[in-house]
Each structure stands twice: as structure tokens, then as C-alpha cells.
Design a protein around this ligand. Structure first.
Ligand SMILES: Nc1ncnc2c1ncn2[C@@H]1O[C@H](COP(=O)(O)OP(=O)(O)O)[C@@H](O)[C@H]1O
Ligand SMILES: [Mg+2]
Length: 332
């Protein structure tokens, strides 16, 4: 019955009123009707009042005991523990926010476990293949010829890249490296990123177009360079040989848009959000041998978010992907 009262204050008031009524009633009854000695009547009245308070407060305090037990369970790592939140008062609200906190912790714990599993998997694959090659060489089954060494080198490069990306991502997420923001010209940065990406990748051609030519943006040049390098790397990886990758920047309203467009298969509509998740790769990317770990776009999104901007893929016709990074313009 007390559970129907909407606030703790009302419940406590109800308990006090009931206790006082019972005390007065008992005292009056024993003193007047039964003519007991006043000391005994007083003791009896106090006893009944205590009993009433004890019985009535049980329902109110029980959920607090549940919450205490549940927090101890969560402290032990049992993140699936929940409490039953039935009342509408402060304790009921405490119980339901406790449940949301527990759900949040459970989700964080799941993400952490997935991360560890993914990281271990990604590190193990190149390590296993390296180890197999080295064992073959040690046993004399394979020669340490130029081709074998090149394969091993590419595996160690992949490991190095992965470790660097993981470090980057954890630094970005922890916010330990603040942005070094200043106004800078986009064209030299985009051209440098294009030139660097072009090195060693002869199969595609990169074109840079910036309008107006002296377009500037307020941001961390180093970090934005990393975003563009990641986007261009994807464009190179997923677009057909002989195609052209268009890197561009322009002003749109008060904002600045940086785009990287390719003629590859594009990103399916259902995957436009998923591709930014850590370790997410589409099935086709997963099955290709030279695929990355699925961290590039997560890093790009963190950097763009830190700038207060947004990043999204758009489809191109007849096929292809256009990654659009929108950054707040200078002074906006
Ligand atoms: N330009 C693109 N064209 C088609 N798919 C892309 C493109 N860029 C990214 N993707 C998809 O998004 C996924 C995640 O990209 P990313 O985080 O850079 O990881 P990675 O490049 O290591 O696979 C890729 O595996 C791929 O499926
Ligand atoms: Mg990538």
C-alpha cells in the first residue's frame, strides 16, 4: 500500500503518522480501559510503535538492501545483475538508474572483451604466418630467399601498422593528445597526402582539386592529414586498377568539405554507420588478403569528431564511394 505513495517523504510521513496513532491508541487503551500502571502502558505503547515502524519500513528499505547487494555483485564483475524497481518514489528511481548504469557497464565490458579478442586475433594472424616461415627456414624446408624475406617483412609491417593504429585510437579515445589547432591552407596538405599515398601504389592515380585554391581550415594539420591518408588508402585498396581517385576540398556554406571519391564497389547503405566501428570490415574486405584491420575509419571519425565535424560515406553513380568530411569553417 505504501508503494503507491509517490515520494519517500510521503512514505516516511505515513509511517510516522501510523506509529504515533498506534502509540496513542495503545497507551489510551491500556491506561483507560485496562487501568494498567502508566509505566507499563508507556513501554507497551513504545513497543507497538517500534513494531509498526519496523513492519512498515521493511517494504521501503528492502529495495535499498537489494541495491547494496547488487552494487557489491557489480563490483565483483557480475555486470548482468539488476534490481527490481517497482515503487515510484526516489528509491524506485534510484533502482532504475542503477539498472541503466549496470546495463551501460555490461555494454562497456562487452566492448572491452570484443576489443581484446579482436586485437589478439589481428596480432595472431601475421605472427602465426611469420612463425611458420621462420620455422620452415630453421628446419631447412624453405630458403631465406628474397621472396620469403619480403613476405615476412610485409607481415612485420602489418603488425607495426596495427600496433600504431591501436595506440593512436587509445590516445584519441583517452583524449591524452590535445589537438594542435591553427588555421592552415588545405591544398598543400592534401597534395602532400596524395603524393605520399601515391608512393608504391602505381595502380591508381590521385587528383587533387581545391576550390578556392587558398582555402583554409581551422584544425590540427597533422591529424587531418592522417584522416585524408586513411581515406585515400581505402580508396586505393577498394577501387579497381587504373582508376582515378579524386581528392577535393571546397567551402559549403560556413563549413569546409574535404572529399575523397573512388570508383570502387562503394559502401552498402546498411553499412554506412558500421564501417566506422572498430575492426568492422565488410565481408568482401574481410576476404581479401591485403585488407587492413578495420581501424582506419574509426581513427578518422575520432579525429573529425574532435574537430567538431562529421564524416559520412555517399554513394557515387554508377558505383563508387565518396567520403565527405565536413569541418566547421574558420571563425564559425
Ligand atoms: N572507399 C571504400 N570503398 C568501399 N568500401 C570501403 C571504402 N572505405 C572503407 N570501406 C569499407 O569500410 C571498412 C572499414 O574501413 P577501415 O576502417 O578503413 O578498415 P580497413 O581499411 O582496414 O578495412 C572496410 O573494410 C571496407 O569494407
Ligand atoms: Mg582503411
Amino acid at each position: 500500500m505504501l508503494a503507491a505513495l509517490p515520494t519517500l517523504k510521503l512514505r516516511l510521513s505515513a509511517i510516522i503518522v501510523a506509529a504515533v496513532a498506534v502509540t496513542v491508541g495503545t497507551f489510551y487503551l491500556t491506561l483507560k480501559a485496562l487501568k494498567w500502571w502508566p509505566g507499563v502502558c508507556g513501554l507497551l505503547a513504545a513497543g507497538t510503535a517500534l513494531l509498526v515502524v519496523w513492519v512498515m519500513s521493511r517494504g521501503t528499505l528492502e529495495p535499498l538492501r537489494d541495491i547494496t547487494a547488487a552494487s557489491e555483485a557489480i563490483a565483483r564483475g557480475e555486470f548482468e545483475t539488476r534490481v527490481v524497481a517497482t515503487s515510484r518514489d526516489e528509491i524506485g528511481r534510484l533502482a532504475s538508474s542503477f539498472n541503466s548504469m549496470a546495463a551501460e557497464l555490461a555494454q562497456t565490458d562487452r566492448v572491452r572483451r570484443d576489443l581484446v579478442a579482436n586485437v589478439s586475433h589481428e596480432l595472431r594472424t601475421p605472427l602465426t604466418s611469420l612463425q611458420a616461415k621462420l620455422e620452415n627456414i630453421a628446419d631447412g624446408i624453405e630458403q631465406a630467399d628474397a621472396e620469403t624475406v619480403a613476405v615476412m617483412l610485409s607481415q612485420t609491417e602489418r603488425l607495426g601498422r596495427l600496433v600504431k593504429q591501436l595506440l593512436d585510437l587509445s590516445r584519441l579515445e583517452a583524449g591524452t593528445v590535445p589537438l594542435d589547432r591553427r588555421e592552415f591552407e588545405l591544398r598543400p596538405m592534401l597534395e602532400l597526402a596524395a603524393r605520399e599515398s601515391q608512393l608504391g601504389v602505381a595502380s591508381t592515380h590521385i587528383e587533387v582539386a581545391v576550390e578556392p585554391r587558398d582555402l583554409t581550415v581551422d584544425g590540427d594539420a597533422e591529424r587531418l592529414h592522417q584522416v585524408v591518408a586513411n581515406l585515400v588508402e581505402n580508396a586505393q585498396r577498394y577501387s579497381p586498377a587504373g582508376s582515378t581517385i579524386a581528392v577535393g576540398a571546397r567551402r559549403v556554406g560556413g563549413a569546409v568539405c574535404i572529399e575523397v571519391a573512388d570508383d570502387g564497389p562503394g559502401i552498402a547503405v546498411g553499412e554506412t554507420d558500421l564501417v566506422f566501428e572498430r575492426f568492422y570490415r565488410s565481408d568482401s574486405a574481410r576476404s581479401s588478403r591485403d585488407g587492413g584491420a578495420g581501424l582506419g575509419l574509426s581513427i578518422a571519425r575520432w579525429i573529425v569528431d574532435l574537430h567538431g565535424g562529421s564524416i559520412r560515406p555517399e554513394a557515387r553513380l554508377p558505383h563508387g564511394c565518396r567520403m565527405v568530411v565536413t569541418l566547421p569553417g574558420v571563425g564559425s
